[in-house]
Write a protein that binds this ligand. Structure first.
Ligand SMILES: [Zn+2]
Length: 210
């Protein structure tokens, strides 16, 4: 088993890179947010519990998050790539105790680049179709290709909200990176390069672990 953790702020391409790595090295992609959404959709026992917390605007308690992870791991898998987990020291401690973690990769991104990437994301106010102004803009500026409604930034992508999310993220992440650095398994990769360039750098790192 080769188990890796990807840490990166919004806009760092963490989710994309996790998916690519999972495919390349036959690893299981563990994204707790997506896994909970799937459980909620399927109305499983765990999904029903998680939904209650989420509806109240609360975090799902760790014991259910841990249960979710344990239930999600398929037998015969070559390894795991954790995406969006851990977020706290308690979760990090659980992770290193329960699974042998080979590498924690921090996708670092200058704040200005992160902001630019996030603000380039827009969506249709009517049908919800998402666009990226840099890579996949609507055909006509500000107008949805699908339904013709107004396209604009998401409510949680307003500059003040982004600033707040980034500073909260950096504060929490520093604690995690320190924790993994003490175990000599943390490495930082510059995520401001293109998806392809970052991916090839990650591949070099992960290849060494097998
Ligand atoms: Zn639309």
């Amino acid at each position: 088993m080769v188990n890796i953790v990807l840490i990166g702020k919004q806009g760092s391409g963490k989710g994309t890179q996790a998916k690519l790595l999972a495919k390349q090295f036959d690893l299981e992609h563990i994204n707790t947010g997506a896994l909970f959404r799937k459980h909620i959709e399927e109305q499983t026992h765990l999904g029903i519990i998680a939904d209650e917390y989420i509806k109240k605007g609360e975090l799902v308690p760790d014991k259910f998050v841990f249960q979710l992870i344990e239930e999600s791991i398929e037998p015969d898998i070559k390894g795991l790539v954790f995406d969006g987990f851990p977020r706290t020291l308690e979760q990090a401690a659980y992770l290193v105790e329960r699974y042998r973690i080979d590498k924690v990769i921090y996708l670092s991104l200058p704040i200005e680049v992160a902001k630019k990437r996030i603000t380039s994301r827009v969506e249709c106010k009517n049908c919800g179709k998402t666009y990226n102004l840099l890579t996949s803009p609507p055909l006509m500026e500000g107008v949805c290709d699908v339904c013709g409604s107004v396209v604009g930034s998401r409510a949680d992508d307003k500059p003040e909200a982004i600033e707040k999310r980034i500073s909260e993220f950096l504060e929490k992440t520093k604690i995690l990176i320190d924790f993994f650095s003490k175990r000599d398994i943390a490495i930082t990769v510059d995520a401001s390069a293109s998806v392809e360039e970052v991916f090839s750098e990650l591949c070099e790192i992960v290849k060494e672990l097998f």
